[in-house]
Every structure is written in C-alpha cells, then in structure tokens.
Ligand binder design. Structure first.
Ligand code: GLA
Length: 389
C-alpha cells in the first residue's frame, strides 16, 4: 500500500481543501488456536498481521458521509440522518455500522470524506471486515474526541458487525486488530477480556497461511447456526447446573454433565468448545516453554475437532491441511477463522517453505481444481495513526 498514491487518490476524489487529511491503519488477524470459543466465553490466541486496511479521512460540515475504496468500485454519499439504513450487501455497511454506533453514543458527527484501501484478502477468514471496522472506529474516536479506549473501540466494532451487518461474531477479530503487538500473540479470555501478550518465538519455524480461495458462500448463516447450537447446549446443561456460557465448564465438569445433552449434534458442538479451550491453554503453555512441537500437535487437534465435532471445515480446508501435514518440516496445520472456506495456518520449518508451497499448491489443485495462495505471516502491531497530511 503506497500512502503517497493513496493521498493522491483522495485529493483527486474529494479535491484540495484547507482542512487536514488524517491517515489510520488497522490490521487483519490470524488466529493460532482457540476457534469458535470467543462467543462461548472461552480463550483465543490470535495475532495481528502486517496486512490490513488504511483509511484516509477528512472532516466536513455538510452532514454527509462520502465513502470510497481503492478496492471496490461502489462509492456512496449518505446523509448523516440516513446512516442507520443498511445498504444491501455493500462493503460500506462495515463503516456505516461503526458510525451508527458513535451516533448512538451521542457523538455529534458533522460529516466526512473517507477513502479506504486494504490488502487483506477478502472473505479469506483473515478479518478484513474487522480491520475496516476498527480503522473507522479509531479514526472517528480521535477526530471527534470521543475518548474511548482501545478495548471499547474493539467492542464498538463488534457491535457494528452484530447489530448492523448482522453477523453475530465474537470479540476476537476486533480485539486482535485493535490490540495486536508486533511478534506477539494475544492470549485473551473472552469472558473477562483480560489478556496477555505472548511473544511468538519460532526458532527456525514460520507461520504459513494458505488460502483455499473458496468463496465463503453460506458462511455467515452457518456461523449464526453454530452460535445457536452452543446456546442450545447451555440450555441442556442448565437443567442440571445453571451456566451462562460453555466456557465456564472445565473438561471434567463437562464430562459429568454431558448426558444432559440428548441431541448428538449439540453434544458434538459442546465437546469441541470445551476441548478447544483446554487445547488453547495448553498451546500457550507449550509456546511459553519453547515446546513448538507440542504447539503443533495441539494445532492439529484443533483442526480435527473443528472438522469432526464442530463441522465447519469442508473439503477445501481439509485437503489443504492433509497435504500440509504430509510435508516434512510441518509440525502443525489447522483452519483459522470461522471456517467453511478461508485459510489454514501451518507451522513450517523455514527450510521447507518452498517445498511446502510447491507440493501443497500442486496437490491441492489436483484434488480440488482450485488454486491456493500462500503468505508467510508477519505478526504486526495493532491499529495506529499513520499521520496528518
Ligand atoms: C470469526 C468471528 C470470530 C470468531 C471466529 C471463530 O472470525 O468473527 O469472532 O468466532 O470466527 O473462532
């Protein structure tokens, strides 16, 4: 992303004016382990990527919001009074949802011009949407002196996605985008929002992200369906022990209560959540003690549970993972994000990366007819201001 070019594009679009243009950036994320645990009050372990979304923004007084993006053709001018009206499935719903949340908080917006530019692959499960929400939130927060802290901004971004866009996501993506730290992953308790930054020390290994390039067609409705199934599990268990969240139960407690769940698929969903929370805690301990091999084994366990119990993988993700695990030098491979397409993350010896990309890419293509993309993940910092222009 070239900031000079983006500034040039902004001026071409909106003209030169005496008011300053401000630049902000917020990253996408990759989750290392702890999948579909956030909305169950469990643990996650994501890190921010160096990829993300830039926003150039200028305040106006015309009570209009002008939206444009370097990535999409669709642009729009929306009156502030119309911000609460969702715009079909257009990308502007993400920043609109955020603006709407600031309006609900009583922040008096006066109008603005916005130009977004992102380099997180879209719909790949690397949180391009959270990066748009958080970059909008930090910009508005600063420009209108709303005084929210980072965690509040992450929560505001989540509300925008839940209430405006209509995806009932947890807090992980917005939190990682707002709070990420270079070369560290965030061990986050999604119930209390207490977190710890854990250095990701890889000793000769790298995180490689592989993109199935499968469009995540039904992902959002399936995602909401899984959330509903977890709520059902809570209901069943509450007949014997009152709980709010599956994350409140230890593995042993769950063993004692699981017979209350009389539906097989609900039992499987709950089992994934409970075992995944334990794997996440174990993986963080393994990483802290330098035991990468164990971390990799837990990553594998996570994928297998998401495939067999949570049933959110599908042929493309499973094929990428199977092929990855065949390459010597790979110590763990799993899907990352919501699933149903999107990306995998693998722990690969540095010396084996070229072979990995070559072999996994070829075999994946032969087996699915799709072409995968590969990126080595650099763990970057969370949301930040780029400058004033
Ligand atoms: C999506 C959601 C997150 C989380 C993951 C699954 O990325 O936005 O909140 O639930 O799926 O772990």
């Amino acid at each position: 992303m070239n900031l000079e070019q983006l500034k040039g594009q902004f001026i071409k679009l909106y003209g030169r004016k005496p008011e300053k243009i401000f630049g902000y950036f917020s990253p996408g994320r990759v989750n290392l382990i702890g999948e579909h645990t956030d909305y169950n009050g469990g643990y996650v372990f994501p890190c921010a990527l160096s990829y993300g979304t830039c926003l150039f923004i200028r305040k106006t007084n015309d009570h209009q919001i002008k939206f444009a993006s370097a990535n999409f053709d669709f642009t729009a001018v929306i009156r502030l009074t119309d911000i609460k009206q969702k715009q079909n499935d257009h990308w502007i719903n993400y920043p609109m949802g955020v603006l709407n949340e600031f309006i609900k908080l009583g922040i008096r917006l006066t109008g603005m011009e916005l130009l977004f530019s992102g380099n997180v692959p879209n719909g790949a499960g690397l949180s391009s949407s959270a990066s748009i929400e958080v970059v909008t939130a930090i910009a508005i927060n600063e420009l209108y002196e709303a005084g929210l802290n980072r965690v509040e901004l992450a929560k505001l971004g989540q509300r925008a996605e839940n209430l405006f866009v209509g995806v009932n996501c947890g807090i992980m993506d917005q939190f990682a985008s707002a709070m990420g730290k270079k070369d560290s992953a965030i061990f986050l308790n999604c119930d209390t929002l207490e977190y710890e930054l854990v250095p990701v020390v890889m000793n000769g290994y790298r995180l490689v992200i592989s993109n199935t390039n499968k469009r995540r067609g039904l992902a959002d409705s399936k995602y909401n369906e899984r959330r509903g199934e977890c709520e059902k599990a809570v209901e069943y268990i509450s007949s014997k022990k009152r709980i709010q969240n599956l994350g409140e139960l230890s593995f042993d407690e769950f063993k004692g209560l699981k017979d209350t769940i009389t539906k097989e698929n609900i039992l499987k969903r709950a089992r994934h959540v409970i075992t995944e929370i334990q794997r996440t805690k174990d993986a963080v301990s393994a990483l802290k003690s330098g035991n990468l091999k164990k971390f990799g084994v837990l990553m594998n366990g996570s994928h297998d549970s998401l495939r067999d119990d949570y049933e959110v993988t599908g042929i493309e993700l499973d094929t990428l993972v199977e092929e990855a695990r065949k390459v010597e030098g790979v110590i763990g491979s799993r899907m990352t994000g919501a699933g149903f397409g999107g990306c995998t993350v693998s722990l690969v010896a540095e010396s084996a990366i070229d072979e990995f990309i070559d072999k996994v890419g070829r075999n994946y293509h032969t087996r699915t007819g799709l072409k995968a993309d590969f990126y080595t993940a650099d763990i970057g910092d969370g949301a930040r201001k780029l400058g004033e222009y």
